[in-house]
Ligand binder design. Structure first.
Ligand SMILES: CC(=O)N[C@H]1[C@@H](OP(=O)(O)OP(=O)(O)OC[C@H]2O[C@@H](n3ccc(=O)[nH]c3=O)[C@H](O)[C@@H]2O)O[C@H](CO)[C@@H](O)[C@@H]1O[C@H](C)C(=O)N[C@@H](C)C(=O)N[C@H](CCC(=O)O)C(=O)O
Length: 512
């Protein structure tokens, strides 16, 4: 979309509102206008304001000349550069990305009411559910997160779960243009830490649960938790909805300075999960809150979605949506891609494709797969781990995998690491396991082998990549190849087991 022109003096004025030190204009008169804030020289267009961000891998100031050649009208710098363009010299370019990103996108957040969703697992599903609830309430909502951005029937791809602030504000402007009154934003801990959502204020912030993750970035679990907890500060949100099924959620609910709705199976939960059942046909949750009991139906499959459904319910209530409308909304939201996507069944083995890539998420995915097994059925797990990321998780993934019956260790995109070494680290967690472990380095071959080995009562569970369609084995992103786990599994199902022959819908059940 084409963003409005903004005068250089307005840019200077907004930049001056950011604490940290003086803002100095180096060239450019009041008649100068810029259009769109861009942080990547490869995405600069005519009239852009190019923000020179110092990063971990490179320094954006080095790309100022390239930005000028691509048509940038001016630069945002924290040290003057020898490039013939007007520059705004600020103490920290990154600290300006939120306020200036908002200004150059036309301050779209002022026309939207926002909900933010954070948590180690379940962000995408809960955001999708909440968007469905808000749409059902007649307030058109956009959503932005791991699966990209959507509003109405339109969608756009994004490279990060929570985009850099300028892109995020531009997406919000796109949602406003499409008639959105609300937006749901997935807020990753890394984004919170790097200031990507600075300047946004939410009506409700949701915490879906917590476990160790992203320690490559955060260093310690305390830092990781504190980054997520920032979403619950008074200047960020009016209210919180917190899943208190783990100690970290409980701690957040206890410490948050905003009013919190506690969600979970504990007796003191404000929205209490009394029971649930799940099967290939969907999930049913029985909840109690201060207005009584509520029964929710959802086409989403798996016990892992029970807290997500309860959290979306609670967030809808906080936002003033009537109970029946929330239930109607939740009943119609289609499962997000790669979140326990169920294939096969009907006389053939069931295949589940899921994004689980942490030990606890994997344990939950295996439990869901067991729920979906027929009598005497076995779980065939296809497991890998992404290279050059969060290496400390590998042994824990292996340990969770012990609950499967057969484990097919494979590659998940080595990003330049030795795939055999990654698989060996997964194997450490599986030492002495009752599960039989096989190594098939080629991912397509591993999925095919698991689907071939599975019988009609079995489940082949393919984890780690979920919705992803590109896989990378080198350090050069241009080498990424197309690989869609669901597509491979579907092809394998048809090749090995033919087309569906009969219906079967067993339900697993639990009362808590
Ligand atoms: C830790 C982190 O998030 N890093 C992000 C950050 O990197 P960085 O600050 O180190 O930037 P850099 O790569 O050194 O580059 C510095 C600047 O030069 C610019 N540049 C670079 C090259 C060039 O040719 N021209 C150019 O202008 C870059 O755009 C950047 O502005 O800014 C970059 C540009 O926006 C991001 O690509 C990069 O994301 C990295 C690669 C990434 O993968 N981040 C992941 C871990 C992430 O953020 N994940 C979260 C969590 C998801 C979840 O919950 O699972 C997410 O929100 O997606």
């Amino acid at each position: 979309m084409r963003l409005p022109p903004v005068t250089w003096s307005d840019v200077e004025r907004r930049a001056g509102t950011v604490p940290g030190g003086p803002v100095t204009r180096l060239g450019g008169d009041d008649g100068l206008t810029v259009r769109g804030l861009v942080t990547d020289s490869r995405r600069v267009g005519p009239g852009s304001l190019f923000a020179c961000v110092r990063g971990a891998a490179s320094d954006g100031h080095r790309f100022a000349a390239a930005a000028a050649r691509a048509g940038a009208a001016a630069l945002l710098v924290d040290r003057p550069v020898d490039v013939g363009l007007p520059q705004l010299h600020v103490p920290s370019v990154r600290a300006q990305l939120g306020p200036l990103g908002a200004l150059l996108a036309g301050d779209p957040a002022r026309r939207l009411r926002l909900a933010g969703v954070t948590g180690s697992n379940g962000k995408t599903t809960t955001s999708t559910l909440l968007r469905g609830v808000l749409d059902a309430a007649g307030t058109r909502a956009g959503v932005v997160g791991t699966l990209g951005a959507q509003v109405g029937t339109r969608s756009r791809g994004t490279s990060l779960t929570t985009p850099e602030a300028p892109e995020l504000h531009e997406l919000l402007a796109w949602m406003v243009e499409a008639g959105a009154q609300r937006a749901v934003v997935e807020a990753s801990s890394i984004a919170l830490d790097m200031g990507r959502i600075d300047g946004l204020t939410f009506d409700v912030a949701v915490f879906t649960g917590f476990e160790e993750d992203h320690l490559d970035h955060h260093g310690t679990i305390e830092h990781y938790w504190a980054s997520k907890a920032r979403l619950f500060e008074r200047d960020r949100t009016t209210a919180g909805v917190v899943v208190v099924d783990d100690p970290w959620g409980r701690r957040l609910a206890d410490q948050a300075p905003v009013p919190v709705t506690r969600v979970g199976s504990a007796e003191d939960a404000d929205v209490r999960v009394l029971g649930w059942r799940t099967g290939a046909g969907g999930t049913e949750v029985l909840l109690a809150d201060d207005t009584g009991g509520h029964r929710l139906h959802s086409p989403l499959v798996g016990r892992v979605h029970v807290p997500n459904l309860a959290a979306a319910w609670a967030a809808g209530r906080v936002l003033g949506v009537p109970a029946t409308t929330i239930a109607d909304g939740l009943a119609t939201v289609a499962p997000p891609r790669g979140r326990n996507t169920v294939l096969g069944g009907d006389g053939r083995p069931t295949v589940v494709v899921d994004y689980a890539h942490t030990p606890r998420a994997l344990a939950a995915a295996i439990a869901t797969a067991s729920d979906l097994c027929g009598p005497g059925g076995r779980v065939h797990l296809v497991l890998g781990a992404r290279g050059r990321r969060d290496r400390y998780k590998r042994q824990g993934l292996g340990e969770s995998a012990r609950a499967a019956d057969v484990v097919w260790l494979t590659n998940e995109g080595s990003h330049g690491e030795d795939p055999a070494a990654i698989m060996a680290e997964l194997r450490v967690g599986l030492l002495g396991a009752a599960a039989s472990v096989r190594t098939v380095p080629d991912r397509r071959a591993a999925i095919l082998a698991a689907v071939r080995a599975a019988g009609p009562a079995d489940v082949a569970l393919v984890v780690g990549r979920g919705h992803e369609t590109r896989m990378l084995d080198t350090t050069d992103p241009r080498d990424a190849v197309h690989l869609d786990d669901a597509e491979v599994a579907n092809t394998a199902l048809i090749a090995e087991h033919g087309l569906p022959v009969a219906a079967d819908d067993d339900l697993a059940e639990q009362a808590s």
